[in-house]
Design a protein around this ligand. Structure first.
Ligand code: SRM
Ligand code: SF4
Length: 529
């Protein structure tokens, strides 16, 4: 193995320096004090950085109104948990809302620091945690949103994902073993045939594969997006049984990364940079050593052989007589009332369970088929449709300028307005996956989209304006592939017309009934329509 160059304290980047001075987890014992002091009096690094170790994000865009990022292993929560989260959001009135994230998780908005001790007490009572959900920690661990209910599933990932989270966070208490990684870290465990979790964009991904007739997981490593570089995960050439070995191997990879990952340049600190520096063979050897036994070589092929499903609509479960309902949540945004409504639907129609998807939607499982007609008559479906129009259906958006200080453009509201406008004008043979992301950090995953839109600054009519770079070619599910940038610097005001062109040329869009085609069959759409 190539030794990583010794890093002197002087060479460490500023994040490494403040982490070395005081671990992020240390602020856990100071929350009461911070609550008494008020946010203005909290040390700046504690306020703007270390609190993120507990999932508490200071928002420079809305100072004093924090974002709280939860953990939802495998995207699953109970109606009881959802009600607690809704109550938290409700107390902040108009400032309170929640977003379903691209890692099948929830983020709460409008939170006041003085309420955090009480909020955490309520979380503990129902088994919720926000521990280690930000900064140099492992993010929410994703799994198939239909684990345990999908008739065609290969491995039920729910228990494994929960065990992984418990290991990494010491059951939500905070685990100092893994609070000082060189950078953020993503793990996904796929148990189905359709790669519902976007395995290819995770630092570690487990994908189902048969080895000598036995079902387990092939392991991929190093997938990530950043402003500087985006890479799909590559095979570790390893296979594990679907048991505690998943946890042990993840621990081994995390230890190797923690102890050897590059910490000088933060832009080159994600796992793939270490794999590049060492070469895959040396990396694999180090992982095997940490694992404590030789790694089994990967199965020749994995079992991902379906197109990716979005789970929106009604579907039969593997349990006979039961169905799950996939509700479309426009750009993932929920009010407190919406959260109470989903909790009620889960209690009244299902068995109290709620699931979230990486498409920022909600699934309610275990609905007796005999109750489906009643469910379909619910007025909630006017907001959260089971049959949304094709472009709105597959729309994803990151947070954007409303709350995120990295954002170069407003995303969610604009994304929704344009998609609705296009749905009204075009007839689409199939849904087209449009992903919006407000800046090159790529939280909205434009590289996995049919059409990805990445916020940028442009000039229009000689004046600065909001614009996007356009990505195309993202393929998900079987043989997933990342898309690439095909057009730079399109002003957002011109975007509807540009999208009509792309949708017509590449995705079979036709003018909707009553809309007149112009320009050689293209639907003409003018700015501000
Ligand atoms: Fe992200 C940073 C939001 C998924 C890549 N991301 C941020 C911050 C924390 C920046 C900040 O402090 O403002 C954003 C918080 C804004 C806010 O107020 O909501 C933010 N990221 C999000 C979410 C909420 C987008 C969404 O609307 O769904 C997603 C939360 C997931 C979760 O539940 O934990 C989110 N972020 C992603 C993903 C997608 C994924 O994981 O599939 C990526 C690309 C994949 C990856 O990480 O490899 C992503 N976020 C980033 C990066 C670039 C990382 C890098 O290596 O450079 C940053 C910036 C950073 O870490 O320095 C970032
Ligand atoms: Fe913020 Fe940029 Fe991430 Fe969007 S992509 S949430 S704008 S950091």
């Amino acid at each position: 193995m190539v030794d990583a160059a010794p890093v002197t304290a002087k060479k460490l980047n500023k994040f490494e320096k403040f982490k070395a001075e005081k671990d992020g987890l240390a602020v856990k014992s100071e929350l009461e004090k911070f609550a008494e002091l008020g946010w203005e009096a909290v040390d700046e690094t504690d306020l703007t950085q270390r609190l993120k170790w507990l999932g508490i994000f200071f928002r420079p865009v809305t100072p004093g109104k924090f974002m709280l990022r939860m953990r939802m292993p495998n995207g699953i929560l109970s109606s009881q948990k959802m009600k607690v989260l809704a109550e938290v959001v409700q107390r902040y009135g108009e400032d309170g809302s929640a977003d379903i994230t691209t890692r099948q998780n929830l983020q709460l908005r409008g939170i006041r620091l003085e309420d955090i001790p009480d909020i955490f007490t309520r979380f503990e009572a129902v088994g919720l945690t926000s521990m280690q959900s930000g900064m140099d920690n492992v993010r929410n661990i994703t799994g198939s949103p239909v684990a345990g209910i999908d008739a065609n599933e290969l491995i039920d990932t729910r228990g494994l994902v929960k065990k992984l989270q418990d290991m990494i966070t010491d059951r939500g208490e905070g685990n100092p073993e893994f609070t000082n990684l060189p950078r953020k870290f993503n793990i996904a465990v796929e148990g189905g045939r359709d790669n519902a979790v976007h395995a290819e964009i995770n630092d570690i991904a487990f994908v189902p594969a048969y080895r000598d007739g036995q079902l387990g997981f092939n392991v991929l490593v190093g997938g990530f997006f950043s402003a500087r570089r985006c890479e799909a995960a590559v095979p570790l050439n390893a296979w594990v049984e679907p048991n505690d070995d998943v946890v042990a191997l993840s621990r081994a990879i995390l230890e190797v990364y923690r102890d050897n990952g590059l910490r000088v340049n933060r832009q080159k600190a994600r796992l793939m940079w270490l794999i590049d520096e060492w070469g895959m063979e040396s990396f694999r050897a180090a992982v095997a050593e940490a694992f404590g036994r030789p790694l089994l070589s990967a199965a020749a092929e994995d079992e991902i052989d379906w197109d990716k499903r979005d789970h929106v609509g009604l579907y039969s479960q593997q349990q006979s007589g039961l169905s799950y309902a996939g509700f479309h949540v426009p750009v993932g945004r929920l009010t407190a009332q919406d959260m109470f409504d989903f909790a009620r639907l889960a209690d009244v129609y299902g068995d109290g369970e709620i699931r979230l998807t990486v498409e920022q939607n909600v699934i309610i499982p275990y609905i007796p088929d005999t109750r489906l007609d009643l469910l379909k008559a619910e007025s909630v479906l006017e907001r959260f449709s089971l049959e949304p129009s094709p472009l709105v259906r597959s729309l994803i958006s990151c947070t954007g300028a409303q709350f995120c200080n990295f954002a170069l453009v407003e995303t969610k509201q604009r994304a929704l307005a344009i998609a609705r406008q296009l749905d009204a004008t075009l007839s689409m043979p199939n849904p087209v996956r449009i992903h919006w992301t407000g800046c090159p950090n790529s939280c909205g995953q434009p590289q996995v989209a049919d059409i990805g839109l990445m916020g940028t600054k442009v000039r229009k009519d000689g004046k600065p304006a909001e614009g996007v770079d356009i990505y195309m070619g993202g393929k998900v599910g079987k043989d997933a592939q990342l898309g690439t940038c095909v057009q730079k610097g399109v002003p957002c005001d011109d975007l509807p017309a540009v999208l009509v062109g792309l949708l017509t040329e590449h995705f079979g869009a036709q003018p909707a009934d009553g809309v007149v085609a112009q320009n050689n069959g293209h639907v003409q759409m003018t700015v501000g329509e």
